[in-house]
Design a protein around this ligand. Structure first.
Ligand code: IPE
Ligand code: IPE
Ligand code: MG
Length: 239
């Protein structure tokens, strides 16, 4: 069965550019093209939720010029593609810390969410200035404030309440996480939500990612057995 929610760590733009003797920004630009294509391909492959890691809370550590390029590309992506995404029934949501972003970016993100709120063909979740530890810390601070104010009993804090309080409130957990570029780590991506996700690491650099790679990842996923701590289905039947 196709995974309902696929999350992608889009990595390798810098190496793609370097291999061609190009500035890094060209790799990021090519990466946006790969993203546009995946968004077009996803609904036809049975994917209902697509989350993409576009800028991490740690990516501020990059040189100022590169950070500015990445901010500029997000703006360009929303400005250029919003109308088409909306026409195609894509609902856009953003996760991550928004107050640190420039006011014009925040306004664009807010507008994109409001405009597409009623769409149903694909949920596109953009993780921007997102870090799982930052998200969890911010959420815990909020819950602690509620407890201190007497509006929340400590006993009422359970896994469901935490899930409902994170940026991903109301979204299903990712079934499949794909990371490109050969790195095999999560880099602070959706730590809580990925507790039982299947992970697929592909050597392809993100700008070269195509529908075939997505299909390969879905085929790997189809061969996995998700046990959630229980017993393998075959052995269960035998005993
Ligand atoms: C991914 O590509 C894009 C972001 C992290 C924003 P990188 O820029 O990390 O590319 P590499 O890992 O240096 O090749
Ligand atoms: C993860 O990639 C973040 C995004 C893809 C946005 P990085 O390139 O920043 O991750 P590390 O530094 O290699 O772990
Ligand atoms: Mg990288």
């Amino acid at each position: 069965m196709a995974p309902a929610h696929v999350a992608i760590i889009m990595d390798g733009n810098g190496r793609w550019a370097k291999a061609r003797g190009l500035p890094r920004v060209m790799g990021h630009r090519a990466g946006v093209e790969a993203l546009r294509q995946v968004v077009r391909d996803a609904p036809g492959l049975g994917i209902e939720w697509l989350t993409v890691y576009a800028f991490s809370s740690e990516n501020w550590a990059r040189p100022q010029g590169e950070v500015a390029d990445l901010m500029g590309l997000l703006k360009l992506f929303i400005r250029r593609d919003l109308a088409e995404l909306h026409r195609n029934g894509v609902r856009i949501r953003i996760i991550g810390e928004r107050t640190a972003l420039a006011p014009d970016i925040r306004a664009l993100l807010d507008d994109a969410e409001v405009l597409t709120a009623g769409n149903r063909s694909l949920n596109l979740v953009i993780a921007f200035n997102y870090g799982a530890r930052e998200e969890i810390t911010r959420t815990l601070r909020h819950l602690a404030t509620e407890v201190a104010a007497g509006r929340l009993a400590p006993e009422a804090i359970d896994e469901a309440l935490i899930s409902r309080s994170l940026d991903t409130a109301g979204m299903p957990d990712p079934d499949l996480v794909i990371r490109t570029s050969g790195e095999m780590r999560l880099s602070n991506f959706l730590t809580w939500q990925c507790a039982y996700s299947e992970l697929v690491f592909l050597p392809v650099l993100w700008p070269d990612f195509s529908k075939t790679h997505l299909e390969d990842a879905l085929a790997s996923f189809a061969g996995r057995e998700r046990r959630y701590g229980g017993r393998p289905a075959a052995r269960e039947a035998a005993s």
